[in-house]
Design a protein around this ligand. Structure first.
Ligand code: S3P
Length: 175
């Protein structure tokens, strides 16, 4: 099988769903934010504060480039902004099957309320930030992915089961 790459908005459940999929498929899960934080020895918040968003996006591209030659098959939970750069969309497609975890703005609001770890959500009204960023990104997430799964009102187990069945249909896990 190929790598499985989970994309979607912050709070769409990439990390938890990735963990469930990892258990079910018996391959490791890696979170791109956590990988970058480890490499840089700094939190995503600190990277944005010190070097700015563009530098963080460069780090995401570098990470995707380095994964191209990694023989380890894995589930990759991608940072929510990773698909925004075209090069990243191409690199993710080369790396494996890209799955978009869809969530509506109300679901995201409930999941993200009180969060302070995400620089893109800082300041102003959370719901407006979510809706305006989602308006910019929805088409990007759709074009970056080959499988889409709605997550509203579902547990990570239910979402993972839908992903597995979509992967089977696409014959991705028998290859
Ligand atoms: C971002 C999403 C975050 C993280 C950074 C920027 C974004 O990842 O990469 O805060 O631009 O959507 P999660 O989607 O894992 O929260």
């Amino acid at each position: 099988m190929k790598n499985v790459i989970l994309i979607g908005f912050m709070g769409s459940g990439k990390t938890t769903t990735g963990e469930v999929l990892s258990r079910k498929l018996g391959i490791p899960v890696s979170d791109t934010d956590a990988m970058i934080e480890k490499r840089e020895n700094m939190s995503v918040n600190e990277i944005f504060d010190r070097y700015g968003e563009n530098a963080f996006r460069d780090m995401e591209t570098e990470l995707l480039l380095s994964l191209q030659s990694d023989p380890q098959k894995r589930i990759l939970s991608a940072g929510g902004g990773m698909p925004v750069r075209e090069i990243n969309r191409k690199l993710m497609k080369k790396l494996g099957t890209v799955i978009y975890l869809q969530a509506d703005s109300q679901t995201l609001l409930e999941r993200l309320a009180g969060d302070t770890s995400r620089p893109k959500l800082k300041g102003g009204d959370l719901f407006s930030r979510i809706t305006s960023l989602m308006a910019q990104r929805e088409a990007i997430y759709l074009s970056a992915s080959s499988i889409r799964v709605r997550t509203d009102g579902k547990t990570p187990e239910e979402v993972a089961a839908e992903i597995l069945s979509a992967l089977e249909t696409a014959s991705e896990i028998s290859e």
